[in-house]
Design a protein around this ligand. Structure first.
Ligand code: PMP
Length: 401
């Protein structure tokens, strides 16, 4: 097999027969059973019309929306004290919604505390800073959003004047994760009187959540929940009550109160996306719920890290085991040599494996850094898919010796 030494490796098409194994950081591979389920609906047009054509005011869509809300609460054990709203604009919409909705609760001298541990919390911090007083409590030299490879507990600081504390529980690009068996998010008593906000875009529905320490959580839908474009935000009712009817001049599509009062139907929601989410949530519950999803996630990351830790060819970027992500695993091949990387990506491509190299809005060259590849292990990747990837990576290593 000839391996191309100039293969870029961005393509998501593959050489082999059938579906490719897509380890992309998102939009990501959907579970094969969900794809089959959707295909069947289209063959039978179960709804009378296809899901691409239904109105958000129809009884059929209402039924889907109700089931989605019910199943999400069931899967993630979301207590009654929280409201669930669905918005468009993805995760970025919420980067703006957070300061805009909470600004009315800021008292004299208060700030939004951003614990910036990577690219996405950095983006949220920059966006928040447009609208309210903020600071990055984790690091003062926050110029480079890529060069984050550690979380030290001693760096996490919460001040009595924090109106809110913001963090991203899984930094999708950097591969750093907050989790209960590593570094957990700040506990209620540590938060003082601050509202805690967590971006769970890339780990939501992959691990249990301790809701008692959270006031606002959100996740874009393009990783584990559905397809790109929508977002779910889960807000403690007492935060919504505090915001109450204080008049806010903010764009309607970013207004939590408006969306909560309209049961997420203020404007036309991402109907097809919510239809896909319904399929996915039903599938997760049938599989055994969050306990099963969490334990499968541990198994998959263990398989990958064992291979990386043993290897002489590959090297995981994040060294500290307690914070390296179980979901997005950045690594380099052949000490970052571009030719070896191309050959590796071509070898994977020939074996139907795609998505290991993606363009991000954060350019490594701008910071004189070696660009890593990344393995993403969302719920749509099975244990078998992971074993296949590891077998291919091991066989490439043998071939290169
Ligand atoms: N937060 C995290 C952790 C993400 O991974 C992403 C997307 N990759 C976003 C926010 C932004 O989401 P969107 O592109 O849907 O706006």
């Amino acid at each position: 097999m000839d391996l191309k030494s100039d293969f870029e490796g961005y393509t998501l098409s593959s050489e082999g027969e059938g579906r490719a194994f897509n380890f992309s950081p998102g939009p990501a591979q959907l579970p094969a059973d969900v794809i089959e389920d959707i295909k069947k609906d289209f063959d039978k047009t179960k709804l009378g019309v296809t899901a691409l054509e239904i109105s958000h005011r129809s009884p059929e869509f209402n039924e889907i929306m109700e089931r989605v809300n019910h199943n999400l609460r069931d899967l993630m054990k979301i207590p009654e004290e929280f409201a669930v709203i669905w918005t468009q604009g993805g995760g970025h919409g919420q980067f703006s919604s957070i300061p805009l909705n909470l600004e009315c609760l800021f008292e004299e001298g208060q700030r939004g505390n951003y614990i910036v541990t990577g690219t996405w919390s950095s983006r949220a911090y920059n966006e928040g800073s447009k609208f309210v007083k903020t600071y990055n409590s984790f690091r003062t030299d926050d110029k480079n959003p890529i060069e984050y490879d550690n979380i030290e507990l001693s760096n996490i600081k919460i001040d009595k004047d924090d109106a809110y504390v913001y963090l991203c529980s899984n930094e999708t690009v950097n591969g750093l994760e907050f989790r209960n068996n590593g570094i957990a998010y700040p506990k209620r008593e540590e938060l003082k009187s601050a509202i805690s906000i967590i971006d769970m875009s890339s780990d939501f529905t992959m691990k249990k959540v301790k809701w008692e320490d959270i006031d606002v959580a959100f996740a874009c839908t393009s990783k584990n929940l559905g397809i790109a474009g929508a977002n779910v935000t889960i807000i403690r009712n007492n935060v919504l009550q505090k915001i109450g009817s204080i008049s806010k001049k903010i764009p309607c599509v970013l207004d939590w109160t408006l969306y909560n009062n309209a049961k997420s139907l203020y404007n036309t929601p991402a109907i097809y996306n919510i239809y896909v989410i319904d399929k996915i949530l039903s599938y997760y519950l049938k599989k055994g719920g969050i306990e099963v999803l969490e334990s499968e996630s541990f198994v998959k990351s263990k398989i990958v890290y064992e291979m990386l830790d043993e290897s002489e060819l590959y090297e995981g970027i994040i060294k500290k085991k307690s914070i390296r992500s179980n979901i997005n695993i950045p690594f380099i091949v052949g000490k970052g040599d571009a030719e070896v990387r191309s050959k590796f990506l071509h070898y994977c491509y020939n074996h139907n494996i795609v998505g290991l190299r993606t363009k991000t809005p954060f350019n490594y060259e701008d910071y004189n850094m070696k660009e890593p590849l990344r393995i993403s292990l969302y719920n749509g990747i099975s244990i078998e898919d992971t074993m296949r990837l590891v077998d291919v990576m091991r066989s490439f290593e043998v071939k290169m010796k």
